[in-house]
Ligand binder design. Sequence first.
Ligand SMILES: [Zn+2]
Length: 631
Amino acid sequence: MNLDYKRLGLKVGLEVHQQIDSDEKLFCACKTKLFTEEPQITFLRALRPTQSELGQVDAAAFFEFQKGVKILYEASHDTSCLVEMDEEPPHELNREALEAVLVVSLLLRAKPVDEIHIMRKIVIDGSNTTGFQRTCVIALGGLIKLGEKPVPIQHVGLEEDAARKMGGKGNLRIYRVDRLCIPLIEVTTAPVLYTPEEAEGTALAIGKILRATNRVKRGLGTIRQDLNISIRDGALVEIKGVQELELISSVVRNEVRRQLSLLTIRDELAKRGVNPNGVEEEFQDITAVFRKTKCKVIREAIDNNKQVLAVNLRNFQGILKTELTPSIRFGTELADVARFWGRVGGIFHTDELPAYGITQEEVHALKRATNAGQDDAVVFVADISENAVDALKAVTMRAKEAIKTIPQETRVAKPDGSTRYMRPRPGSARMYPETDIPPIQISHEYLQRLHKDLPEMPEHRLQRLMHDHGLNRKLAKQVSNSEFSNLYDTVVKNSEISPTLVAVVLTETVKALKRDGVEVDLSDAQFLDLFRLVEHGKIAKEAISDIIAWLSKHRGATMDEAISTLGLDTLSLDKMENLIDTLIEKNRHLLVERGEKAFGFLMGLIMKRVRGKVDAEKVSNIVKRKLEDVL
Ligand SMILES: [Zn+2]
């Protein structure tokens, strides 16, 4: 389906969050890495916003607080300390992280503020042990170009990353605090992106600038985009956590399609004469209907003394199975709000029944019990009474909204580009000053110093690699985007070795090795050493791949060990000439017989013995010369 996004009045704004590759966290000296082992420390907390903050807490968070949600935090010693546990005040702001954000700000032509004020943004979903996130504005009002289109940058900020969610059940949530307090750059654009492609293109351009600083982390999970998306007749919806830049256009397309589908549902309900005030808010206990059910979920619930509660959505027949976007139906939206507000596993509804072991007879009985007719849809849940009531309240609330409008909400992006309900959009007044850390001045001199030493902008770098180094466009792009971009510069600057060879090794060779399952793990010094040996003819360039693989598999081993173990010492010219002479002598008859084909034949014989130890071109020159004598 091709949509005219401009006619629909699509507007997208981006918030790019990128982890900074600093040694330490934003407000303590802990390492900025994640751990995969079993946690060394765990501690349990309850959500507990203080009195003075309650006025600013958003409804969803406060609701959870009332329901007594508990949080289990997991930690390790080198990635967290008392600061992450909120047992000790934050230390000074990390200057390495601050400088990274200032560099990004200057590259984006944003104006740094004179004085940085750290603020607390209330977040009480448990992703932060303090109940708030520390954040600060570093610069305002930048600009980037997307082709000819200017895209204003609203602000560039520095903030702490949140703890990462590891799971949970019922009233318990599990978070890992290794990620908590890792410094994040936040870049916000104005909502002036009018097509899915513009949104993705802008995110890619910002991503390139961030990487050009060489001060940011790489890999999945280190960059996350939030999107604010609206269409003229729809609503402003915030989509969080898009992890891959290449996914952005699909996320935008899906959201537009979802909003258009919701508008169609609204119009259909109006046609059926459904009125928000007519939505039933009385829930029937229909446990008796399922006394003998074969449906596993309901069977288990009833065996555990839970209830089955139902609500009749009058004139909603068929609406719940209406597809909003591929894999998401209106029923999915109802199920998601029920999960969020009612802590239930999911909902059942008559648009998808009989199924899941629920029989036609049970559906009839259920409809009789709820007084539902042909045009109605019945939604029911099986859980403890409190959860079931909360879930059905959320379902009827969402049904009422569907009759009137599209709700403003926060959604979370899934890896396939679809989105799911996360929570209502939080209110805006959620910030107050951080009193533990004094304001920080940014001096004019400091900024001037940074200005003089700004990294190259990505487009400029690309041109330079092509024109000055003779790389083709593809290779130049690969090098620019590679994690070895800096190393490439150092090698080329300090040696006579061909830039193309360096670029190929650092991108394609490394990629090929990774594809073969080699976890490439060489230090910059080892790479430099390797290229120096090639430059001085100590090893052949054909041997590079084997050496990288060997060193990666033998951590701590030296280059000499690699070369001698692999038998890659280059043959001296004398030895090589001797070898060639011997082979010619042995095969003189065959060579004469083969005439013009003798060269290939002889090269084959030689390379079989010396591959990786000599430069094939050198061998070929000697072989040509010697063969001329023979033939
Ligand atoms: Zn710490």
